[in-house]
Design a protein around this ligand. Structure first.
Ligand code: GDP
Ligand code: MG
Length: 165
């Protein structure tokens, strides 16, 4: 089996869009509404000459955890994805900045002990890099600015992910 990279992060940051972009096909369902990816969705790709398995999740931490069975199901799936992964790709929204749920995701990932790379997504133009990524250093993981929608930074991201394996 190929090494697994799990994509996690709070809802709506662009995890599924990035999953599709990284694999060059539309496997994951993307949506403006939160929590669309209830199950784990797998795909295979080649990063830096190496075959990898990518798994998209609905998000590791959610607003209604504990009192909503759907949220709890999504979170349980994401925890299993982290557990089986060789490396984690945490996705954040560069336009919204660091949110409390991002901090919870980061805390959970720190406990996992797995290598983590943070994709600062929605950095739709290179001129936005510094402006949008700076505050995410507070999460304590290496950062990679990307635009899942436009493809900016995605080639670099693949190489850096491969080097985490
Ligand atoms: P998920 O819930 O984290 O899987 O997020 P989705 O992939 O479903 O995307 C949520 C929303 O963000 C959708 O409306 C996407 O079109 C939008 N989105 C995703 N990536 C980008 C990006 O790089 N730039 C911009 N501007 N919007 C994006
Ligand atoms: Mg999704």
């Amino acid at each position: 089996r190929y090494p697994v990279i799990a994509i996690v992060g709070r809802p709506n940051v662009g995890k599924s869009t990035l999953f599709n972009r990284l694999l060059g096909k539309n496997v994951a369902i993307t949506h403006d509404r939160s929590g669309v990816t209830r199950d784990r969705i797998y795909g295979e790709g080649t990063f830096g000459g190496r075959r990898v398995a990518l798994v998209d999740t609905g998000g590791l931490e959610m607003e209604f955890a504990g009192d909503d069975p759907i949220s709890d199901g999504i979170m349980a799936q994401a925890r299993e994805a982290v557990w089986e992964a060789a490396a984690i790709l945490m996705v954040v929204d560069g336009r919204e900045g660091v949110m409390p749920l991002d901090e919870r995701v980061a805390a959970t990932l720190r406990k996992s002990g797995k290598p983590v790379l943070v994709a600062v997504n929605k950095v739709d133009g290179p001129e936005l890099d510094q402006h949008l990524t700076a505050e995410f250093h507070a999460l304590g993981f290496p950062l990679a600015p990307v635009s899942a929608a436009h493809g900016h930074g995605v080639a670099d991201l693949k190489e850096r992910l491969e080097s985490e394996l």
